[in-house]
Write a protein that binds this ligand. Structure first.
Ligand SMILES: [Zn+2]
Length: 275
């Protein structure tokens, strides 16, 4: 416990650093790191940004596992059955997994913030570029290798996940998990998003990611019963605060698919505004 380095999270709270971050990083951080704070009035409306086209086949869902930092729901990515294209993407990307980041209370937990507003958690749906690369391991090291959808949120669809969590409470535990459609985790309006070039927010932190951050947020279910530690370890440690601190923008532009000035006119009836 004492060997954990201490760091400040985005909310100014002191937190302990997860052991994963103590390994020497293969790729030192560059100028395109993630996550960032999205400053709405500084984002650039780009009318060329197209709607996102997620095509997910729930049959490709395989398992859920606790990797000691988060829990991942993994998909068979050997075929093009579950894909993402459109939006800021020029190529087709294949779904491989989704996971969450969350805090120890509802006051913080998201990685991206919007005008410094923190959310209780953030969902990341990870896809890799199969037009340009043969393997995920290759794509993760290269430009335009990955496309990650980031959403701060909760949804009824999450209940199936929450029910499966006790089985993967400990680090390294995994269970079969089938027919889960990640499309049910997307907000009702997927056409309004910010996009920028960034990095993975966990080691190796490679700057391979086209980030697509949804404007519409969702509330987050409680994942705090999970553990960072395996069943064999003596001191059990709750899995909370598994997010990375914010990184400098360093001259990058965040583009938006929507004009903030048309927000009211564009938001559909019955939707709660995200901002
Ligand atoms: Zn993530």
């Amino acid at each position: 416990m004492d060997c954990f380095r201490r760091m400040q999270d985005a909310g100014g709270h002191c937190m302990k650093m997860h052991p994963m971050w103590q390994e020497p990083l293969a790729i030192p951080g560059g100028d395109r790191q993630s996550p960032i704070d999205i400053v709405v009035r500084k984002s650039l409306f780009d009318p060329q940004l197209k709607p996102l086209v997620p095509l997910y086949d729930p049959q490709t869902c395989q398992q859920i596992w606790n990797n000691g930092y988060s829990f991942l729901v993994e998909y068979d990515d050997t075929t093009d059955k579950s894909t993402l294209k459109g939006g800021p993407l020029e190529d087709q990307y294949r779904l491989c997994q989704f996971h969450f980041h969350w805090g120890e209370s509802n006051a913080w937990g998201s990685e991206h913030t919007v005008d410094r507003k923190l959310f209780p958690g953030e969902l990341h749906i990870v896809h890799w570029n199969t037009d340009k690369y043969d393997l995920f391991e290759e794509a993760v090291m290269e430009n335009n290798g990955l496309a990650v959808i980031g959403i701060g949120k909760r949804h009824e669809g999450l209940q199936k996940l929450v029910d499966a969590l006790p089985a993967v409470r400990h680090k390294d535990s995994a269970v079969d998990f089938e027919r889960f459609d990640p499309g049910c985790l997307l907000p009702s309006n997927i056409n309004d998003y910010w996009t920028y070039h960034g990095s993975l927010t966990t080691p190796p932190l490679t700057e391979a990611v086209t980030w697509i951050v949804m404007k519409q947020h969702i509330e987050l279910a409680v994942f705090r019963s999970l553990l960072f530690t395996s069943a064999e370890e003596e001191v059990q440690k709750g899995m909370v605060n598994n997010f990375r601190v914010q990184q400098p923008l360093r001259g990058r532009t965040v583009r938006s698919s929507f004009s903030p000035f048309l927000k009211e006119a564009q938001s559909s009836a019955g939707e709660e505004p995200a901002l």
